[in-house]
Structures are given as C-alpha cells and as structure tokens.
Design a protein around this ligand. Structure first.
Ligand code: NDP
Length: 481
C-alpha cells in the first residue's frame, strides 16, 4: 500500500522524498508507506489552493454541490474497498466500518451538498432609513485536520462544509490512518473538482500539520483531535488571527437512574462503553448508577462484557477489534495500572490479549474490554481521557450528586441520561456542562444539530449551518434608502 499526497490534482510523494511506515494494528505489522510531508509540500498545496480559490468561490453553490454529490457516489460505489481499508488501517471491525464509518462519510458529503443550497443570510431593515443585508463569503484557503478514530467519517465532516461554502482546502488526515483519505483523493478529479480545490497532505502532525496551521495564507483551521494538540494549535493560530474550530477530547458520563428502562440502558451502555474499542470521543467512560439498582446493573454489565471476545477486525462477525497502535495500547494499559494504584478493582478485562485461534494476529494490539470499580470520582483515571475499552462504574445517591460528579472533569463534550421521569430528564440535561446530552439513547445524530464541546472539549460548533457559518465570513452591507 502506497499513500500519496494530492496537490494541484496530482498524486505525489513528499518533496523531500521521505516516507513513514503504515502499520496494520490487527497484526502489528507494517503493510505500506505514506509520504513524510514537510513545509515544502504545505507551500505547494497552499499555492495550488490559492490559485483555485477565485474560480471555485465564484462557482454557483449548485455546481459545488454537484461535485460533492459525485464524490459521495464514488464513496458509495467503493464502500466495500473503503470499509476494508478503514478496518485494516485502524483495527476497527469491518462490520462497524461498513455500517457506520463509510455510510456516514457518504452522508456528510451529501448533507453539505444539500445544506449549502438552503443556506441563507439575514437582512435587517431600518424603518424608512436603510436596509442591511449580510453577505457570507468563503474565507479562502482553509486547513482541515482530523484524527485516527473515525478517519474518513471525520475527514469528510470537515472538508464537505468547507468546500460547499466555496473555500479551497488543504486537509491532513492522521498519519496513523491515512488510507481512506488517500483513496478519496484518487476520485477527486473524477468527481469534477477543479485541480487545487482540494489538496490532501500526509505526514506527521508535528511536522506537516504544524507547518500547515502556521502558514500565513491559511485563513482558518478546523481541528478534531486531542485537547493538548488543540491547545498548541490555538497558541499558534491566535496571534495570527486565524479562525479556529476545535473539537477535542471528552470524559463523558452515563447517568443511569433507577426508573430507567433497564434493558435498554444496559444494552446501550455496552455500546457507548466499547464501540470502536472505546475510541470514540463520545463514548461514556464514567458510568454513574443510582444506588438502588447499582449492584444489579453492575453485575449485568460485567457479565455481558466478559462475553465480549476480541477478534480479527476483517472477520464480519467480529464486534471488538484492535486498538489503533502499540503506543495507544500501552497508554491504555498504563491507565489500568494507575487505576489499581488508585484503589480500583478490575471487575473484568484489564489485560492485553489476542484473538483465540487466529494465527498471524499474535502481534496485534488488543485489550480485553475492562470495567473498573471503587475509584474516587476525582482520581486521575476518572478525570483524564483514556480513549480505549476501559470504563469506570460508581454508585450515586441523589440527582445532585450525579450531576456534580458528571460535571467534575475539565471536559464537557457529551453525557447520556437514563430516566423515564420527563421533568428530571429536562432538569438534568440543562444542568450538565456538556455540548451534547442524550436522554435514553446514545450517538443518535441529526446532522443539522450543533455539535461540539464546552470547557476543555472544544471551541465552536460543527454540524448543520454552524459549520457553514464557520467556513464563511459575514459582511454587513448597509444601503441608505
Ligand atoms: P491528536 O491530537 O494526536 O491528532 C489529531 C490530528 O492532529 C492528527 O491528524 C495529527 O496528526 C494532527 N496533529 C498532531 N499534532 C499537530 C500539530 N502540532 N499541529 C497540527 N496538527 C497536529 O489526536 P488523535 O489523532 O490521537 O485523536 C484522538 C483524540 O481526538 C482524542 O482526544 C479524542 O477525544 C479526540 N476526538 C475528538 C472528537 C470531537 O468531535 N470532539 C472526535 C474524535 C476524536 P498525526 O496523527 O499525524 O500526528
């Protein structure tokens, strides 16, 4: 597998001729290479995007939408190839990539192809005096930087609104999972995008990513990734007055009241804990259960979790695959060790493992889904993002206590509340310091809604018209009557 950059409509290796290795986490084996791009490649990509901007920004939204829809058609046509590539690159079960990642990538492209044609701006009449109207102009060349956990899903979630709004894009997927973005880049011309409108660079975040966010011609940065990286990017871009959207980490609480629909709460909490090996920013990593049902809920959750078996991600029957890399596996295992030091009891899992009777996968990065009990709400394991198949479980006695524990971290991305008391659902949702609150469900997404976090989980909102507003600059025009 050889990944290449897309610059000015051409598939190219890095100018410096250097490469990075591509590893299959299910086997722990190198299976390809990608360009180790540098500032030189960033300069070329930004130049090509700047050249394309005048014409692309003047292209009617309907024609831009047609390009996005044709790209969506190509994603659909190649869904099997993309699912298999995503699974190999990331370690996620192919069934998950085929059911969630790739269909959502297609949907993102179609959603913004449609949204841009319904996007409108305001007009403010000053009775008898003047009329104001707002123009929403594309920004120019923008940077889109995405992480490894939902590679094509989050990559398209950024480039689609940016392109729909008339910007030219230089995008950088994670160096750990670049393959699906590369495959997409091979169809950009066929979809009808003029050369230079979408450029895709591969390489290390600290090298090519850093050069990209610093580039003087980059007008805005849309970033999804870790909080520390987000803080660094904010420190680089703020003095350069670039627009910035940050979607960062989370330490989400699932609050389960005793009047919930028990089986539904149990099944969904399994999913919200361990889907994609717990590597979704929205996973509920702290499970808070009302004391009256604590033992019953905990025992049922542990019993179900013990039955989860890691398997070959490429096997369509596998529900739990590998975590993304050796470094990430070791980080997760370090947190499990820390949990023991902090007084936690491992109720299930807690170790690395390998799929049974699967020769060839011994070198892969697998962790048994893990539940930890007995930790204080304010210990490191309950405060820091682990981003793996590891959850903690703790009882609470009152609604106030549950909300206070849920709000105790520096993060504020999402929360899940389980109750059949309507008044309580509204009350608790409003009290939670999160950008998203699901009641009696999890990861139910309407793409029109605002998406993002508060506190250290991010700045700004993606989704719906919010993303189109981010990728445009408003200008007020005032005309005297
Ligand atoms: P990172 O912050 O390590 O990386 C994210 C992206 O930024 C990657 O493409 C990375 O490149 C790049 N990058 C790294 N350093 C720099 C830099 N100095 N300048 C510019 N770009 C840089 O996050 P992960 O990839 O590890 O993703 C996991 C994190 O993402 C978790 O914290 C998770 O919660 C968060 N996340 C948040 C979501 C949200 O919507 N709020 C959704 C999904 C994930 P490279 O990989 O090549 O180093």
């Amino acid at each position: 597998m050889e990944v290449l950059n897309l610059i000015q409509g051409k598939l190219l290796s890095a100018k410096g001729g250097e490469w990075l290795e591509l590893t299959d986490p299910s086997k722990g084996k190198v299976y390809g290479r990608l360009p180790r791009s540098s500032a030189e490649d960033v300069n070329l990509a930004v130049k090509s995007a700047s050249k394309a901007f005048k014409s692309w920004s003047a292209t009617p939204p309907g024609e831009r939408a047609a390009c996005l829809n044709r790209l969506a058609d190509l994603v659909k046509k190649n869904a099997q190839l993309l699912s298999s590539a995503e699974s190999t690159d990331n370690g996620k079960p192919i069934s998950l990539a085929a059911a969630v990642d790739i269909p959502r990538a297609e949907k993102n492209l179609r959603f913004y192809a449609s949204a841009v044609q319904h996007f409108a701006s305001e007009s403010h009449a000053m009775e008898g005096e003047a009329i104001n109207y707002t123009l929403r102009k594309p920004l120019g060349v923008v940077a889109c930087i995405s992480p490894w956990n939902l590679p094509l899903y989050l990559f398209t979630w950024k480039i689609a609104p940016a392109l729909a709004a008339g910007n030219c894009v230089v995008a950088k997927p994670s160096e750990i999972t670049p393959v699906t973005a590369y495959l997409l880049s091979t169809w950009v011309k066929e979809a009808g995008f003029p050369d230079g409108v979408l450029n895709i660079l591969h390489g290390l975040g600290t090298e090519v990513g850093d050069a990209l966010v610093r580039h003087p011609k980059i007008a805005a940065v849309s970033f999804t990734g870790g909080t520390a990286t987000g803080a660094h990017i904010a420190s680089v871009t703020a003095p350069r007055f670039k627009k910035l959207s940050l979607e960062l980490g989370g330490k989400n609480a699932a609050i389960i009241f005793d009047d919930c629909d028990f089986e539904d709460a149990l099944a969904t909490t399994m999913r919200s804990s361990f889907a994609n090996q717990g590597q979704i920013c929205l996973c509920g990593s702290r499970i808070l259960v009302e004391k009256s049902i604590y033992t019953r809920f905990r025992d049922a959750l542990v019993s179900k979790t013990k039955k989860m078996k890691v398997g070959d991600p490429m096997d369509p029957k596998t529900k739990t695959g590998a975590v993304v890399s050796k470094e990430h596996r070791d980080k997760i295992l370090d947190y499990i060790t820390l949990a023991k030091e902090e007084g936690g009891t491992i109720l299930c899992g807690g170790t690395q493992t390998t799929p049974e009777n699967q020769p060839g996968l011994e070198g892969g990065y697998y962790i048994q889904p893990t539940i930890i009990e007995g930790l204080k709400y304010d210990c490191a394991v309950n405060q820091q993002e682990i981003f793996g198949p590891v959850v903690t479980i703790q009882p609470f006695e009152t609604e106030e206590e549950a909300v206070s524990i849920a709000n105790s971290t520096e993060y504020g991305l999402a929360a899940t509340v389980w109750t059949n008391d309507l008044k309580r659902a509204h009350r608790v949702a409003a009290e939670l310091e999160t950008g998203i609150c699901w009641v009696n469900c999890w990861l139910l997404r309407d793409l029109r809604t605002p998406f993002g976090g508060v506190k250290n989980s991010g700045v700004g909102r993606e989704g719906g018209f919010d993303a189109l507003r981010f990728f445009t600059e408003s200008q007020n025009v005032c005309i005297k009557l």
